[in-house]
Design a binder for this molecule. Structure first.
Ligand SMILES: [Zn+2]
Length: 251
C-alpha cells in the first residue's frame, strides 16, 4: 500500500494558510451536506392482446413464425419454453445464480431477442415456464452493437397450451424501453399489436378470440418428462408439454 499517497490526501493541501494538518476529530459536520446525485431511470412497457384459440395440436407451432411476416424488421427467432434446469432464470444481474441460468438459456439468441426477453420478462408480459415466444424487431432502430434503441419496439407472438383443452392459445405481444421514453411509442405499439393479432386470426387453425388464462406454476418442483420429445417440464400443472404440446403422461 503506497502510504505516501495516503498522506498526501486530506491534509489541507491547497487551502491557503494551512501549514499543519488539522487535529483529528475536529471536523464539524457542515450545516448542509453537499451531495453528488446519481440517478438512472429505466422505463419498460409493453402490451399483449387477447388470446386466439388454435385447433391443430402441435402442428400449429410451425405456424407461429409466419404470423410476424410483413411486420418483422429483423430475423424472426423462436424461443422455446425453458426446461427445468433453467426454472429460476431471471434477467437480474445482481442475482448471480438466476442471472447465470438466464444467460446460459439465452446467450445464443440475437441481441434483439435478448432485449425483448429482458423487457417482456421484467414486466411479466411473457413467462417462459410455459410460453413459446416468437420475436423480431418491429419498429425503430438498433444501435451499433445490434441492440434495439430505447424507442424501438420488439415482440411478436407468444403461445401456450390450454390446460383444459390442449388447444394452443396465441397472443400478440410487444414491448419497448430502456433509458428513456418517447411520446408516440405507445401508439405505434398499439398499431403493431393490432397487426399481429390480425395475422394470428388469419391462421388456418384460428378458432377466434378467447380469454387468456395463464397456467400458474405450482410451488412444487414439477419435473414431468414428456414421453414424446423428452422435455423436462418445470411446470406442475402442465398436462400438455410446454414444448411440443403433446399430452404428458402422469404416474
Ligand atoms: Zn414434448
Amino acid at each position: 500500500m503506497p502510504l505516501d499517497f495516503l498522506k498526501r490526501r486530506g491534509r489541507g493541501e491547497g487551502q491557503p494558510g494551512s501549514t499543519a494538518p488539522p487535529p483529528l476529530g475536529s471536523a464539524a459536520l457542515p450545516e448542509e451536506v453537499v451531495a453528488a446525485e446519481y440517478q438512472l431511470k429505466l422505463y419498460y412497457a409493453g402490451k399483449s392482446s387477447e388470446g386466439v384459440r388454435m385447433k391443430a395440436g402441435p402442428t400449429a407451432l410451425t405456424e407461429l413464425p409466419g404470423m410476424l411476416v410483413g411486420l418483422a424488421k429483423s430475423e424472426i427467432e423462436v424461443v422455446d419454453p425453458l426446461p427445468i434446469e433453467f426454472s429460476q432464470a431471471t434477467p437480474v444481474i445482481a442475482r448471480p445464480s438466476e442471472a447465470m441460468q438466464w444467460l446460459n438459456a439465452h446467450h445464443a439468441h440475437s441481441p434483439v431477442t435478448r432485449h425483448a426477453l429482458v423487457v417482456l420478462e421484467s414486466i411479466d408480459a411473457i413467462d417462459l415456464a410455459f410460453d413459446t415466444f416468437v420475436c423480431s424487431l418491429l419498429d425503430g432502430e438498433i444501435d451499433t452493437s445490434d441492440y434495439p434503441e430505447y424507442n424501438a419496439i420488439v415482440g411478436g407472438v407468444a403461445s401456450h397450451w390450454d390446460e383444459a383443452t390442449g388447444d394452443m392459445i396465441v397472443c400478440a405481444v410487444v414491448g419497448w424501453g430502456g433509458r428513456g421514453v418517447r411520446g408516440d411509442t405507445d401508439r405505434t405499439g398499439s398499431r403493431l399489436l393490432a397487426g399481429l393479432l390480425t395475422n394470428i386470426l388469419a391462421s388456418q387453425y384460428s378458432m377466434g378470440l378467447t380469454a387468456v388464462e395463464r397456467p400458474v406454476p405450482a410451488a412444487g418442483r414439477g419435473g414431468l418428462v414428456c414421453a414424446h420429445c423428452g422435455f423436462a417440464s418445470a411446470h406442475e400443472r402442465a398436462f400438455y408439454c410446454p414444448k411440443c404440446g403433446m399430452r404428458l403422461l402422469r404416474g
